[in-house]
Design a protein. Structure first.
Length: 185
């Protein structure tokens, strides 16, 4: 069984990206589970805080990621790049003074996202590549999923309603699960 942690980078109630993650949990292929996680309750990174006890939510997420075979990031796009809260969460999780960089090293990672804009999350996904390289992650580049025009593909609660996007998500997840399985053999 392939175990993947899915992490939404949005805090908004009714978020398209949290909805996309919920749809991914439902669409996980046979032999694969996706556990949905959130960046909620992670404080703003502060080296003074880092010198003390690791914030509880950071420790919980680290344990979840460390116990999984792969990581699926579901990223919004703000101002054509990575949202600050999501990058902040990764900075906390990868903190080297507390050994966090090891949870990402060689970890298979997938990246999807949804945006109301005409290009989906293309620019944010491109910006994430630098982070993946810095953390020595193993990104799956076999397919992309940029959900554009998200307002017409999700309902008011952020649930995915578009059948074509769901099919594309299923195809993406099937390939990503195979990649994770091969990487963990």
């Amino acid at each position: 069984m392939v175990a993947i942690v899915g992490l939404s980078g949005s805090l908004r109630k009714g978020s398209f990206n949290s909805g996309l993650l919920r749809a991914a949990v439902e669409a996980a292929p046979a032999g694969c589970t996706i556990a949905a996680e959130s960046i909620r309750d992670i404080p703003v990174y502060d080296a003074d805080l880092e010198a003390g006890a690791l914030p509880a939510r950071v420790a919980e997420l680290r344990a979840a990621i460390d116990g999984a075979d792969g990581l699926l990031l579901v990223s919004p796009e703000y101002n054509n790049s990575i949202p600050g809260p999501f990058k902040n969460a990764i900075d906390w999780l990868s903190s080297s003074t507390t050994g966090g960089e090891e949870i990402f090293r060689r970890r298979p990672v997938g990246l999807i996202g949804a945006s109301p804009g005409p290009f989906g999350t293309l620019n944010a996904q491109t910006a994430w590549l630098t982070v993946f390289r810095a953390l020595a992650m193993r990104p799956w580049l076999g397919a992309t999923l940029y959900v554009m025009g998200a307002r017409g593909k999700f309902d008011g609660d952020g649930n995915l309603t578009d059948a074509d996007t769901r099919r594309r998500l299923e195809k993406y997840l099937a390939g990503f699960a195979e990649f994770v399985a091969a990487a963990t053999r």
